[in-house]
Design a protein around this ligand. Structure first.
Ligand code: BGC
Length: 740
């Protein structure tokens, strides 16, 4: 039985050296123990979509082996289910496996925003939208932690690329951070209180995340009330003393020679307050303590049940991009005979490379799952020099020529998507597109099944395929899940959590990615993902939120107020299915740039044929607001708002215009506040007005003069001699307003 200790008692007993040692790891995966004080070390392991508990040699790049664990669909796939209940259940299973393996914390989920499809680690992230990432992240954390083990919400913050990830400065303006890159973290922290948050490798506006006091303390703890522990990404701490002072509690992995001594010396020479060290030690002790009950009780897990859950999740996260009729009927679900082409059908791509690489308990491939079907590999996954695949290609064309329908499995080669570097291209390898063209030349009845961790370009070839099913990296049961969908055992119900653009040149970060000379400038600001494409009215291959089903859904009875939205959804087809309903908000007239639409709520509803359900969503003031960089707070600008309910960001089924009362928009007045700002101020406005005496012969001000004066700082107006009071009078007025 593991001894449970009293945190405050232990803290009071520890020597300075012991305290310093507790704030870094004992080895690659364990926290430091202090046996004398009855404090055991605990183990942490990756994450996020399966447990990667290393048995022997340790590394954080997925190179060494790990214990068998269920490889659930990656976040790209699970996220595309838009199903919070499912995400919670997957979280429970992940937590159970973590606990069964005596691990205290599973290192995930990752809720960084997909800023560009080229980020090598997008498969580990949920969405280009913070609401989707935040809701799904919350469900996963709750699910995992319900099992008595912890999570590590990562990578905090603005870790949106792999290129130069250990040094690059993500240069992001305040509003963009608040509206795009921070809210998913905020939501998970506030709603699910993860046991730990993992700080990112990169710098944020010039300061390493591991040393970022504003990020780790002012924002995370003071504003969001985070009560857990901040752990570093593996190797993200470069100087422990400023990291501790900034709010980092635990450096991982072990710190190496001399590092504890530096902390001790800093306390002794007064450059680090011992109370600051105590805060970090207290959090480490609390983490160890809160994991003891879970670790004390041995549990097992049901391998078959978890595999079945992985299969359900992979199916729910697959997105039917298109299913056009051929000869009067869509190709999917498959009804007649078909042949299978593509190496991915028997050699599945089901997870990405790097620290998240799981050793699966078993592995399904689509070819086996589809039963007794004719197959030709058609190409090698690795690609290879031009012409090297001729024999394989010829075999596939021969097969396709006589097949009724051809299911072609395409995807990105494994090395294209990994932690540690970004993707080399948006498109599929040339040899795969060439194979598709050759097959299409002999048989137009083509279903393409895609396997990739983030959007791939489809515009060059999608006209050749009447049906496309995007399966992402669907985990160990992805192969059988694809068979379920193709054969119609289940109906597709996933939707895109990221836009599929036509070209790399269209993407928001193009030109500002991956940065140069140590900086990546987030020049697109808040226009990330569909916010960019929709606001700029750009054509895309498949929009955010899009995904088809084998049935159809009608939306009616849309009612909205500033506090809630409701809509009735009806299954109008002949099969059971599930629909993801999306609520967007737009502020048509705003004094700052607002995206054309922003997702604020969503829900997934399963319906039998003919069945209707009314979904109701709550709207908050925050949902209507933007981050005001002058006032440094969320602000609702009064007036009209449009609430849209849609099946995707480009398939809006109804909208309601509402009138909303605005927030006060004034801040502290200074002599450099404009006349407009003075007049908007409830105290300063009337006071200034009373001091401004206009010459009697002056004609009434026209609109353009008003506008010109409105943007003029009060001080400049005085300096121009346009008032009969002095700068000293103005200063006195400023002081009077401040104390009013
Ligand atoms: C990754 C983290 C991971 C850690 C431990 C790092 O390289 O960025 O996501 O949890 O290694 O493996």
């Amino acid at each position: 039985m593991t001894q449970v200790f009293d945190v405050e008692h232990v803290l009071a007993e520890l020597t300075l050296e012991e305290k310093a040692s507790l704030t870094s790891g004992a080895d690659f995966w364990h926290t430091q123990a202090v046996e004398r004080a009855g404090v055991p070390g605990v183990m942490v392991s990756d994450g996020p979509h399966g447990l990667r508990k290393q048995a022997e040699a340790a590394d954080h790049l997925g190179m060494g082996s790990s214990v068998p664990a269920t490889c659930f669909p990656t976040a790209a796939a699970l996220g595309s289910s838009w199903d919070v209940d499912l995400a919670h259940r997957v979280g429970e299973a992940l937590g159970r496996e973590t606990r069964a393996n005596d691990v205290a914390v599973l290192l995930g989920p990752g809720v960084n925003i997909k800023r560009t499809p080229l980020c090598g680690r997008n498969f580990e992230y949920v969405s280009e939208d913070p609401v989707v990432a935040g809701e799904l992240g919350t469900a996963i954390v709750r699910g995992i932690q319900s099992q008595g083990v912890g999570t590590s919400l990562k990578h905090f913050a603005a870790n949106n690329q792999e290129t130069d990830r250990m040094r690059v400065s993500a240069d992001v303006d305040e509003r963009t951070l608040r509206e795009i890159y921070l809210p998913a973290f905020e939501r998970v922290v506030r709603d699910a209180q993860p046991w730990t948050v993992m700080c990112a490798y990169n710098k944020v506006n010039g300061t390493y995340a591991s040393e970022h006091h504003w990020l780790l303390t002012e924002l995370l703890r003071d504003e969001w009330a985070f009560d857990g522990l901040v752990v570093s990404d593996w190797g993200a701490v470069h100087d422990r003393v400023p990291a501790l002072a900034a709010g980092l509690d635990l450096q991982m992995p072990a710190s190496g020679a001399g590092s504890d001594e530096a902390v001790v010396a800093a306390v002794r020479d007064g450059s680090l307050d011992e109370a600051v060290l105590d805060v970090a030690v207290r959090r480490v002790l609390r983490l160890v303590q809160r994991s003891q009950p879970g670790l004390a009780e041995a549990v097992t897990f049901d391998v078959d049940a978890h595999h079945a859950l992985a299969r359900e999740a992979a199916a729910a996260g697959s997105v039917l991009l298109k299913n056009d009729p051929v000869g009067g009927a869509p190709l999917l679900p498959l009804t007649g005979s078909f042949a299978v082409v593509g190496e991915f059908a028997r050699t599945p791509r089901y997870q990405g490379a790097g620290s998240s690489q799981v050793n699966p308990t078993r592995l399904d491939d689509a070819l086996t799952a589809l039963g007794d079907v004719a197959f030709a590999p058609g190409f090698t996954i690795a690609g290879g020099p031009e012409g090297a695949d001729d024999a394989l290609l010829a075999g596939a064309v021969e097969l396709a020529r006589t097949a009724e329908t051809v299911v072609v499995f395409l995807g990105l080669p494994g090395p294209d998507e990994s932690e540690g570097y970004d993707r080399p291209r948006l498109g599929l390898p040339d040899n795969q597109v060439a194979a598709l063209r050759a097959i299409a030349a002999v048989n137009p009845r083509i279903v393409v099944v895609l396997a990739n961790g983030s959007a791939v370009a489809v515009s060059d070839w999608q006209d050749l395929a009447p049906a496309i099913l995007e399966t992402w990296l669907g985990g160990q049961a992805g192969g059988s899940a694809v068979a379920d969908l193709l054969l119609g055992t289940r109906s597709p119900s996933g939707k895109l959590t990221e836009t599929v653009p036509h070209r790399l040149e269209d993407t928001p970060a193009f030109g500002n990615f991956p940065g140069e000379l140590g900086h990546v400038r987030y020049g697109e600001g808040v226009l990330v993902g569909y916010r960019w494409y929709d606001t700029r009215a750009m054509d895309v291959a498949f929009p955010f939120g899009h995904g088809l089903s084998y049935t159809t859904f009608a939306y009616d009875d849309i009612v909205a107020t500033e506090a809630s939205v409701s809509v009735r959804v009806t299954n109008t087809g002949t099969r059971a299915g599930a629909e993801v309903v999306q609520v967007y908000v737009r502020d048509p007239e705003a004094s700052v740039l607002r995206p054309t639409r922003e997702l604020k709520a969503f829900g997934k509803v399963a319906l039998e044929p003919g069945e209707s359900r009314t979904l109701t969503f709550e709207l908050t003031r925050r949902d209507l607001s933007y981050w005001h960089t002058g006032l440094h707070r969320w602000v609702v600008e009064g007036g009209e708002f449009v609430v849209e309910v849609g099946a995707s960001s480009r398939d809006i089924r109804g909208s309601v215009s509402i009138q909303v009362e605005g927030d006060p928009l004034w801040g502290a007045l200074t002599s450099m506040s404009t006349i407009g700002e003075w007049f908007a101020h409830p105290v300063g406005g009337p006071l200034l007005q009373s001091m401004l005496t206009m010459p009697a012969d002056m004609p009434p001000l026209d609109d353009s003069t008003r506008a010109m004066l409105g943007s003029m700082p009060a001080k400049v107006l005085v300096t121009f001699g346009m008032t009969d009071f002095t700068l000293a009078d103005l200063d006195a007025l400023v002081a009077k307003v401040a104390t009013a």
